[in-house]
Design a protein around this ligand. Structure first.
Ligand code: SF4
Length: 282
């Protein structure tokens, strides 16, 4: 019988970021946890919350930029010590040859966000100041050298949907590649919709150009439309509340209320349908 359990969670530990990507859908969240005991109790709760629907094995630390959280390394260490598979989604700007070995001690996956093949276009999107793609390539090499698994996340926008990313993806050589149709979340990224939102047809144009790429081990890329993304993730706010994006804006719930009725926040069929479960062991 197919396992229908939610096993991964995205914890947005902070909304702070050193970049200002126009399409960013995490611009205003609640207050981050700055107390180690409080952070530990969130992780413990995730560990202990086992029901027919929930059994969290993997934590994606996301932001904002997770490296800007003052307790980030402690959070990673704690999650690793508790036996979670640990993953970071980052713009990569804080990763370098001096800290990658330390990060690698506690981290199974690193996801680097890259939306274009062009440094200039990334700068136009306000992802960095003109060196983002070059730096992401360097960081992908460091990640491979440490034996950490690499994911690439791409947000497809009006500015980039006609691009051909084959060469860049092959150069970065990720174990997984996810491309997302730019998602409008009301109250977060309203200002960029006119300039950057793409239609389903435009997203399909991008998919058709890239769907035959095969990654390390023959893995296929994953493409997520706006519809795929809504209600298909288990998301935690900086303070440890559960966030639902199903309505197109963020609504928050206490974790215990979520446990009593998980399907009201996460559509488990959609979670599984977007390839939410895969072999994520290092
Ligand atoms: S790097 Fe990520 S968190 Fe930072 S502004 Fe860009 S999309 Fe948002």
């Amino acid at each position: 019988m197919k396992d229908r359990t939610i096993k991964s969670i995205n914890w947005h530990i902070t909304a702070k970021c050193n970049y200002k990507c126009k399409f960013c859908y995490v611009q205003r969240l609640d207050t981050e946890i700055l107390d180690l005991n409080e952070a530990f109790s969130v992780l413990n709760k995730l560990k202990d919350s086992k029901t027919d629907d929930i059994n969290i094995e993997k934590i994606n630390f996301v932001g904002g930029e997770p490296f800007l959280h003052p307790l980030f390394y402690e959070l990673l260490k704690m999650a690793h010590a508790l036996g979670f598979t640990t993953s970071i989604v980052t713009n990569g700007s804080f990763i370098n040859d001096r800290n990658i070995a330390e990060i690698g001690k506690y981290t199974d996956w690193i996801g680097i966000s890259v939306d274009s093949i062009s440094n200039l276009k990334e700068a136009e999107l306000a992802r960095g100041k003109g060196k983002h793609v070059s730096h992401a390539i360097e960081v992908s090499d460091l990640i491979h050298e440490q034996g950490i698994k690499l994911k690439v996340n791409t947000t497809v926008t009006k500015m980039t949907y006609r691009e051909n990313m084959h060469q860049l993806i092959h150069r970065m050589n990720p174990h997984r590649w996810k491309a997302f149709q730019m998602l409008h979340i009301k109250g977060q990224n309203d200002n960029c919709v006119k300039e950057l939102a793409i239609t389903d047809e435009e997203f399909n144009d991008f998919i058709n150009r890239h769907k035959h790429i095969r990654l390390t081990g023959g893995t296929k890329p994953v493409f997520e439309s706006n519809e795929d993304m809504k209600g298909s993730y288990l998301i935690l706010s900086p303070s440890g509340k559960v966030i639902s994006n199903s309505s197109g804006s963020y609504q928050t719930f206490e974790f215990d209320d979520f446990l009593n009725n998980p399907e009201s926040v996460v559509d488990i069929g959609k979670y599984l349908g977007r390839d939410g479960l895969y072999d994520w062991k290092k």
